[in-house]
Design a protein around this ligand. Structure first.
Ligand code: CA
Length: 230
């Protein structure tokens, strides 16, 4: 399965070099040269990853990032910032980007991070729609809605939700979630899982104090108990 990547970058030389490198790694690459074209493509076609420059004509990369998330799409986003623009980096991550690379960068570094982001999104063919009460999860589009309105999830929150949904009723230990959703091995990060479950509950549970979808299994992990219909 070749993953598809949307590269939104206005510098033509970089756009060409990068797409060549990505294609050489067998990714399917589409490009956009400004923020408006980029947002249009991102919202009309399912991509496995969006690589997004921050300084763009038309609509800034940060706006594109915010609007992709506001539309309820959880596609992983990697932003490209310029050295020392720590503000962009921080704002970008707050707006829902999943990783960033600082220009100038080595292609090898970017490729390594692309691989990490994509590894968290195993592509299952045929898995489509899940509905749990008012919550609807579209796995192919990486989109979550409540009563038809987009729910803002980061890519990691989406992958965590999806991992749980695809194993209904099973108790999933925190370390399994870490390994499968984040790719970490260290146990010291298990609180990461709790933090993400907390924010997921805020977004998808009717009442986060009495969760009905994601239950805590004390001392072990979590269990998805939503009764869905496809
Ligand atoms: Ca630029």
């Amino acid at each position: 399965m070749n993953e598809s990547i949307l590269l939104i970058e206005d510098e033509q030389a970089l756009r060409t070099t990068l797409s060549d490198r990505l294609r050489a790694e067998r990714y399917i690459v589409d490009t956009a040269a400004d923020g408006n074209e980029g947002f249009d493509k991102a919202s009309n076609q399912p991509f496995d990853l969006v690589i997004l420059d921050v300084m763009l004509p038309g609509r800034s990369g940060l706006d594109v990032c915010r609007e992709i998330r506001a539309a309820g799409m959880a596609t992983p986003i990697m932003i490209l910032t310029v050295r020392n623009e720590t503000v962009d980096k921080v704002v970008g991550l707050k707006l829902g980007a999943d990783d960033y690379v600082t220009k100038p960068f080595e292609a090898a570094e970017l490729l390594a991070r692309v691989e990490v982001l994509l590894r968290r999104v195993p592509v299952h063919a045929g898995k489509g729609l899940h509905q749990f009460g008012a919550i609807r999860v579209d796995v192919r589009q990486a989109q979550v809605t409540r009563d038809g309105k987009p729910v803002y999830l980061t890519a990691r929150e989406f992958q965590l939700l999806r991992y749980l949904i695809e194993r209904p009723g099973a108790t999933i230990p925190r370390d399994e979630l870490l390994r499968s959703v984040w790719g970490y091995n260290a146990e010291m990060f298990t609180r990461t899982v709790d933090t993400h479950v907390f924010s997921l509950r805020q977004k998808i549970e009717e009442n986060q104090k009495t969760p009905e979808l994601i239950l805590t299994v004390p001392g072990v992990g979590y269990k998805f108990v939503g009764r869905g219909k496809a």
